[in-house]
Design a protein around this ligand. Structure first.
Ligand code: SF4
Length: 395
């Protein structure tokens, strides 16, 4: 069965629209008054001041921190831990989002809070996580890179995103110590970029303000997705900050679903993926083939796009992502879905949310995913015709 990529992309986006994957901001105590009685974020009051920043700014700082931490192994557990730590610190008047330097000034308290919340989350999540991942609960560890040292984790993963608004504040004061600081320092900086995609790149790689290795490409795009689509915090209203203005933050969930459904093989051969180390023989669990989806970035499609889709692809690069000044010759696989979504009601976030939902609820990272109830089952190559797409590969 040839993969009908247009129908598959549309289905994934529909699923994502119904099942958005967003951090639960209502559970963050300092944000409690940002929501109305029905639990909806009061979008018309985002520019109301809350201490040194506006609500919009404080939420942006939180989401940057959240995006960095989301790179760990159990997103549900990580988000709980983040909320727990922020709440614990604010109860002690350590207002790390309003005054980021407080995280460092109260480093003992910050570290104690991370340790305590990590332990609390481990107690409720380790067994569930182990079952879902066919792993051992004793291996549950939310510190990234499987590290056991809380100091390194706290400074590198928490400290770096918190230091960015602090550095912007210091630089603004050095330029003019008499002026009142902007209540949207971080947003002012981010929204200078020509597109949300350019902003996502700069968040990682700007020589002064980039987070460097503390944030991966996936996380910087996740941040762009939340800023533009998930919570609509950006004040920019142009196409280059619109619903298709950032790349999809392909992660392992996305990679598994796109591989098993046959989507990735539609665009390039297995050997092309091997050549770029997207597929790594024998390096997956149980000597399976390891699928490292983050390596897909920049790989060109071997199959030609239909003319209207190619025109849409070019428009995406020129007007939405603003990654090119003239029409691109190469078609990069990780951007192709944008061309199909152009003109639809769906955003890149919907597509990504669909992948996350299917990847975490059905297409689990072992040989027995829940295909029987998966919303993509009628169009999935792995389920319908080539089960080796499921059994031979792991992410
Ligand atoms: S049908 Fe099965 S293999 Fe295909 S996407 Fe769904 S869970 Fe994954």
């Amino acid at each position: 069965m040839a993969t009908d990529v247009a129908a598959l992309i549309q289905r994934i986006a529909e699923v994502g629209r119904k099942h958005p994957s967003l951090p639960d901001l209502r559970a963050v105590e300092p944000f409690a008054h940002y929501f109305d009685a029905d639990g909806r974020l009061q979008e018309t009051r985002l520019d109301v001041r809350d201490g040194a920043g506006t609500r919009r700014e404080i939420l942006t700082r939180f989401l940057l921190l959240n995006a960095v931490l989301d790179q760990g192994p159990d997103i549900t557990g990580l988000r709980r831990m983040l909320i727990g730590v922020v709440n614990a610190l604010y109860r002690r008047e350590t207002r790390i989002l309003h005054k980021p330097v407080a995280f460092f000034q109260e480093i003992g308290l910050s570290i104690d809070s991370i340790l305590a919340e990590h332990e609390a989350v481990r107690k409720v999540r380790a067994a569930v996580w182990a079952q879902e991942n066919q792993s051992n609960a004793a291996r549950y560890n939310l510190f990234m890179d499987n590290s056991r040292q809380v100091l390194g984790y706290a400074i590198f993963r928490w400290g770096v995103p918190l230091a960015l608004p602090y550095l912007l504040e210091k630089d603004a004061l050095r330029k003019n110590s008499n002026t009142e600081l902007s209540p949207t320092l971080l947003l002012d900086y981010l929204e200078q970029y020509a597109s949300a995609e350019q902003m996502a790149e700069a968040v990682k790689s700007h020589p002064r303000y980039g987070l460097g290795k503390a944030i991966g490409n996936k996380a910087s795009h996740l941040f762009a997705k939340w800023l533009v689509s998930g919570f609509s915090l950006t004040r920019r209203t142009d196409t280059a900050w619109g619903k298709l203005s950032y790349e999809v933050p392909y992660d392992s969930n996305a990679g598994r679903v796109l591989w098993r459904t046959g989507y990735l093989l539609h665009w390039a051969s297995e050997s092309a993926y091997q050549h770029r180390s997207v597929l790594q023989l024998g390096r997956g669990k149980g000597a399976t083939i390891y699928l490292r989806v983050t390596n897909i970035r920049g790989i060109g499609a071997e199959r030609e796009l239909d003319k209207p889709v190619l025109a849409a692809y070019r428009e995406i690069c020129l007007e939405h992502l603003k990654t090119h000044r003239t029409a691109p010759r190469k078609v990069e696989i990780q951007r192709i879905q944008h061309a199909y979504l152009l003109g639809s009601k769906f955003s890149a976030a919907d597509f990504d949310d669909g992948l996350i939902y299917v990847g975490t609820q059905f297409c689990l990272n072992h040989a027995q995913p829940r295909c029987g109830t998966c919303p993509l089952r009628d169009m999935c190559a792995g389920y319908n015709e080539n089960t080796s797409l499921i059994t031979k590969y792991r992410t």
